[in-house]
Design a binder for this molecule. Structure first.
Ligand code: PLP
Length: 395
C-alpha cells in the first residue's frame, strides 16, 4: 500500500450526547463520558466504494478505505476472513443455512486484530508516543503486534490468569507486560490511574474511537460474502461489545450508501453464565447493565463484568429484534469439541459459545430452519491450550 488511502472521515461524534470533535484531535471519551464514533462523508464514499471498485481491491479490511479512518494504515493483512457453510453442525440442530465466520484466521489469531489495527494506525498518524491497554488476552496480543510494526512502545496490563499464549505473544512483540491479580476491570483501573503521569495513550475498549471502525468491517464483509445480502441472524460472543456496536454502526452506513435498505439481521449476544451482564439486563428490559459480581468463565474474552458501551449493545439487540443467551462453561467446552469434530474448526471457547446459543434458539424455534445464521468464531483455538486441555480431559 504505497498510495495514501481515500478516507472520507469528517469528525467524531459522541454516541450519547452527540457533541462533535475534530478527528484530527487525539481524544478518548467525550467530555460527558460517552464513547465517540467516527463519522464520514457517506455521499462522497458512496461514489467510489462500489461493488465494481471492490473487485480489484486488496483482500484486507482496508478494501473499505472510504469508510475507515486512516490514510496510511499499519497492516498485517487483517480481515476478509472466510465464511464457512457448517453443514454437519447445522444438520445437528435442524438448520440448513448455518455459517461460521472464522475470525481466528486474523493476524494474532483473533478479530481483535481488526480493531487494534485501526486504533494503532490512527495513533501513529496523531503522533502517539506510548500506547496502553488492559486486556483479557487477545486485545493485548493484537495491540502489541501492530505497535511493533508501527514502532510505538506499548504497555499491556492483563489478569495473572490470562491464557499463557497471550502473555507470550505480547512479550515476543516487545510489549511491557504487567500482570495483576484481578479482572480486566482492575487492569483498566490500573491503566486509567497511571496513564497521565506516564504519558500513555489508552486504547481500552470504546475509550478510543477507532477500534469500533476496524471491527465494523465484519459487517461489510458479510454483505459481500452473501452476495449483496445480509444474514437473518448474527450470533456474537459479547464481552465489551465492540463488534456488536461496530456492525450495527456499519449497517447504518451501508444503508446511507444504498447498499442495503432498512432491513437488519437479528443480533444475538451470547455470554458465559459466569459473566452475563448484558443477558441479564436484556432479560430485565433495562437499558444499561450493572457491574457483574465475581465474573468467572473459561472464555476469557467474555470475562468483562462491566461494558462501557452496554447501552449501545442493548440498543442493537432490541432495535434488531434480537436476543441474548447465556452458556455455561460446560456447554461451551462441549460445543467447542463438537465444532472441531464436525467442521474442522479449532475455535476459541468464545466461538464455541455461539454454537450453544444457536442450538438453544433453534430448539425454541426462535431461529427457523431456513434462516441464514452466522456464528462468529472470534478467536483461534491454538491460543487456548488451557481451555482445550479441560475440554478434552475426559475424552
Ligand atoms: C475480545 C473477545 C471477544 C469479545 O469481543 P467484544 O467485541 O469486545 O465484545 C470475544 N471473543 C474473543 C476471542 C475475544 O478476544
Amino acid at each position: 500500500m504505497t498510495k495514501p488511502l481515500q478516507t472520507t472521515i469528517t469528525h467524531l461524534e459522541c454516541s450519547r450526547c452527540k457533541k462533535t470533535y475534530p478527528h484530527t484531535q487525539l481524544k478518548n471519551l467525550c467530555d460527558c463520558g460517552g464513547p465517540l464514533l467516527a463519522r464520514y462523508d457517506l455521499k462522497a464514499a458512496k461514489k467510489t466504494l462500489t461493488r465494481e471498485a471492490l473487485r480489484s481491491r486488496p483482500t484486507t479490511m482496508w478494501r473499505y478505505e472510504e469508510v475507515l479512518p486512516s490514510r496510511e494504515p499499519v497492516t498485517l493483512g487483517e480481515g476478509m476472513t472466510p465464511v464457512l457453510h457448517a453443514k454437519r453442525l447445522g444438520a445437528s440442530m435442524g438448520l440448513s443455512n448455518l455459517y461460521i465466520k472464522d475470525e481466528g484466521l486474523n493476524p494474532t489469531g483473533s478479530f481483535k486484530a481488526r480493531g487494534l489495527c485501526a486504533a494503532v494506525s490512527r495513533a501513529r498518524e496523531l503522533g502517539v508516543k506510548v500506547l496502553a491497554t488492559p486486556t483479557a488476552g487477545n486485545a493485548g496480543g493484537a495491540l502489541a503486534a501492530y505497535a511493533a510494526q508501527a514502532g510505538i512502545p506499548c504497555v499491556i496490563v492483563m489478569p495473572a490468569d490470562t491464557p499463557l499464549a497471550n502473555e507470550m505473544e505480547c512479550r515476543a512483540f516487545g510489549a511491557d507486560v504487567r500482570k495483576l491479580d484481578g479482572l480486566i476491570s482492575d487492569c483498566g483501573k490500573y491503566v486509567a490511574e497511571n496513564k497521565e503521569k506516564n504519558g500513555w495513550y489508552e486504547v481500552t475498549t470504546l475509550k478510543e474511537p477507532y477500534r469500533i471502525e476496524g471491527k465494523k468491517t465484519m459487517a461489510l464483509e458479510l454483505w459481500e460474502q452473501f452476495d449483496g445480502k445480509l444474514p437473518d441472524v448474527i450470533i456474537y460472543p459479547t464481552g465489551g461489545g465492540v463488534g456488536m456496536i461496530g456492525m450495527w454502526k456499519a449497517f447504518e452506513e451501508m444503508e446511507a450508501m444504498g447498499w442495503i435498505g432498512s432491513e437488519r439481521p437479528r443480533m444475538v449476544t451470547v455470554q458465559a453464565s459466569g459473566c452475563a451482564p448484558i443477558v441479564d439486563a436484556f432479560e430485565k428490559g433495562v437499558d444499561t447493565a450493572p457491574m457483574w459480581p465475581n465474573a468467572a468463565t473459561i472464555a476469557s474474552g467474555l470475562r468483562v463484568p462491566k461494558a462501557i458501551g452496554d447501552f449501545l449493545i442493548l440498543q442493537a439487540i432490541s432495535e434488531s429484534k434480537g436476543t441474548a443467551v447465556a452458556a455455561t462453561d460446560g456447554e461451551i467446552l462441549a460445543t467447542s469439541k463438537e465444532l472441531a469434530a464436525k467442521e474442522g474448526i479449532y475455535a476459541a471457547p468464545e466461538g464455541g459459545a455461539t454454537v450453544v446459543a444457536a442450538r438453544k434458539l433453534a430448539e425454541k424455534k426462535w431461529i427457523k430452519r431456513d434462516d441464514t445464521v452466522v456464528l462468529f468464531n472470534t478467536g483461534c483455538g491454538y491460543k487456548y491450550n488451557e481451555a482445550w486441555q479441560k475440554a478434552l480431559e475426559n475424552s
